[in-house]
Design a protein around this ligand. Sequence first.
Ligand SMILES: Cc1cc2nc3c(=O)[nH]c(=O)nc-3n(C[C@H](O)[C@H](O)[C@H](O)COP(=O)(O)OP(=O)(O)OC[C@H]3O[C@@H](n4cnc5c(N)ncnc54)[C@H](O)[C@@H]3O)c2cc1C
Length: 605
Amino acid sequence: MNRRSLLRRAAALALLPAMPRTVRAALSENAPARRVRPSDAGWPGEASWAQLNKAVRGRLIKVNSPMSACREATDGAACGDLFKELKNPYYIGDNVALTQTAGWVDAWESQPSVYAVAAETTGDVVAAVNFARDNNLRLVVKGGGHSYLGRSNAPDSLLIWTRRMNAISLHDDFTPLGCAARQPPQPAVTVGPGAIWMHTYNAVTTKGGRYVQGGGCGTVGVAGLVQAGGFGSFSKNFGTAAAGLLEAEIVTADGEVRVANACTNPDLYWGLKGGGGGSLGVVTRLTLKTHALPSFFGAVSATIHAFSDTAFRRLIGQFIDFYADNLFNPHWGEIVNLRLDNRLEIRMVFQGLDQQQAQTVWQPFFHWVNGSPQDFTYQLTPRTIAAPARNLWDPIFLKQHFPGGVLSDDRPGAPSDNIFRSGNLAEVGHFLSGFQSLWLPASLLQSDRRSGLVDALFAAGRHWPVELHLQKGLAGGSEGAVSATTDTAMNPDVAGAFALAIIAGEDPPAFPGLPGHQPDLEIDRRHARAIGEAMSELKGVAPGAGSYFAESDFFERNWQTSYWGQNYPRLLSIKKKYDPAGLFFVHHGVGSEEWSADGFTRLAG
Ligand SMILES: Cc1cc2nc3c(=O)[nH]c(=O)nc-3n(C[C@H](O)[C@H](O)[C@H](O)COP(=O)(O)OP(=O)(O)OC[C@H]3O[C@@H](n4cnc5c(N)ncnc54)[C@H](O)[C@@H]3O)c2cc1C
C-alpha cells in the first residue's frame, strides 16, 4: 500500500467512531479492486439471480434492448417504429434499456444493464443494493433517465430502476422526522423516486393549488433533479429544487433504510441537496416544501434579427443593460439565446406580475429595437401572455389553449396527463456533440464590466450559439431563495451568478455502430471544438467560474471544484462515511476519482 492509499485508509478509519455500526461493517478492509462482469468467474450464477428475483417478488428483469430490432433489420418496420418512438420521452422513460440522451461523441453511448430490478418498494431497493454489494457488481440507479452525462446507464451492470415508484401525495402539515421541536409543520408534497416533474406539478399546482420548485423539463425525474440541485423557471423566487427538500428516505450501501432531514442524519440530508445523484445511496422517497401559488405565470417571447455584426453587438449590449436594470429580480427567469446568424431569441417567463405589468416592463426595450428598423427586424414579433398560475401544467387547459406548445405521449392507452413541451422535443433521444456550462457572476453586470461581458458574449456567439439560462443562478433572487440554496452542497458560485451560460450541440437520435442510424462523428467532433472555443471566450471574462453538475462537460477538468467549490471536502467525507467501499459510482460524482472511468476498477492510490 503506498502513502496515498494509507492516508486515504487512515482518513476513512478516523471516521469510524462517527459511523453507524452497520456502515462500519460494510467498510471492507479489502475493498474489491475490480467489480465483476458477466464474463468473469465471479459473476453470480442463475441460482443467485433467481434468489434475487424471489426477494424482489418477480421484479427482476433480464434486460433486452429494443435496439436489437435495428441490429436484426436496419430498414425493417420495427426499427422505423422504434426511431419514431425515440422522439417520445415517455416511451424512452418507460423502457428499462433506454436513456433520454442516446450518447455523446467520444464520451459515452447508452448501453443497457444486464439485469434490472424494477423496484416498487423500498424493500426491493434494499434487496438490490445488498445483492450488488455482496456480489461485487457495478450498480446503476435510473429514475427519469435524463442524465446528459450518461450517469444512469452502464454495460455489464445491475440497474435499480425506480420508474414505478411514482406515488405523489400532498400534506397540509408536514414535520420532518425528529424535527417537531425545531420546525413548525408546513405544506409539502411527498413523491416516489420514479416520479417526474410534469406529474408532480399537475398534482401540486393543477389539483392542489400550490407551487413546488422543480425543473423546467417536465419529463425529468424528481430524485435526479433534486440531487443535482435543480433549477426551474421560477428559481429566482423559490430557490433550487434541492433547497426545497425537507426530507428524504435513502437506502445506503450497507442496505440500511435511513431518513435524512435537518434533524435526523443532517449530513446525509445536506449531501443529497445538490451533491449529485447516484453517489450516496438510492433515494426511495422525497418530501419537498410547497409554496403559495402566485396569481399568474406568464411569458415574453420575441426573435430579433440584426442585419449586421455591429448591430448585433449593439443589440446584445442593449439587452444586457435592460436585463440588469429591469429583469434582474425574483420575477424573471428562463432563456435568451444568441444565435449564429445574428438573432437574439427571447424566451422569458415571469411570476408575480400580470400581463399588463410585464408588458410595461419590456416596453422600453422593444421601443429601442423599433427605433432602428435599418438595423433590426422581428422574426417573431414580441408577445406577452399570462395565464392563471394554476393552469401552467394543466394538461386539459394546455391542450385546449396552447395546442402548439405541448405534445402528448401518443402510444395507445397512454395516460392523458403524459404531455411535454414542444420546446423540449429536440432534446428527446438526442446524441450530443458537446455540452458545456458556466456560471456567470453577477459582478459582470456592474456598469464598468458590462461591455467586457457583451464583447465576450458576441465573440462566443461567433463560434456557436450561446444560451443564457437566467433562472439558473440565484443572484438577483429573493432573500429566501438565496439563503435556502446557500444551505445546499452546490457550488456557492450559484448564489452569486446571474445566469448559467450553456453552449451545446445535438443531433437527432443516433447510435454509433448502428448501420443507417450512426452519428457523423467527424462533424460532431468539429462541433465539439467550436463549442469549446465559444466557451473559452466566456471563461475569459469569468475565470474560475464553476459549472452545473447536471448540465456540463463530460470532459470537465477539476470537476470537484467546478461542481461543488469549497463544499467538496465535506461532501467527500459524507461519501466516505456512508459508502466507504464505493458501491455507488457515477461519472464525475463524489468519490469517483478513486475509480476507473467505467466504474469497474478501484485505482491504485
Ligand atoms: C431534456 C432535459 C432537460 C433538462 N432540464 C433541466 C432543467 O430545467 N433544470 C435542471 O436543473 N436540470 C435540467 N436537466 C438536467 C437534469 O436535472 C439532470 O440530468 C437530472 O439529474 C435528471 O434526473 P433523472 O432522474 O431524470 O435522470 P437519471 O438519468 O435517471 O438520473 C440522474 C442521476 O441521478 C441518479 N439518480 C436518479 N434517481 C436516483 C435515486 N432515486 N437515488 C439516487 N440517485 C438517483 C442517477 O443515478 C444519475 O446519476 C435536464 C436534462 C435533460 C435531459
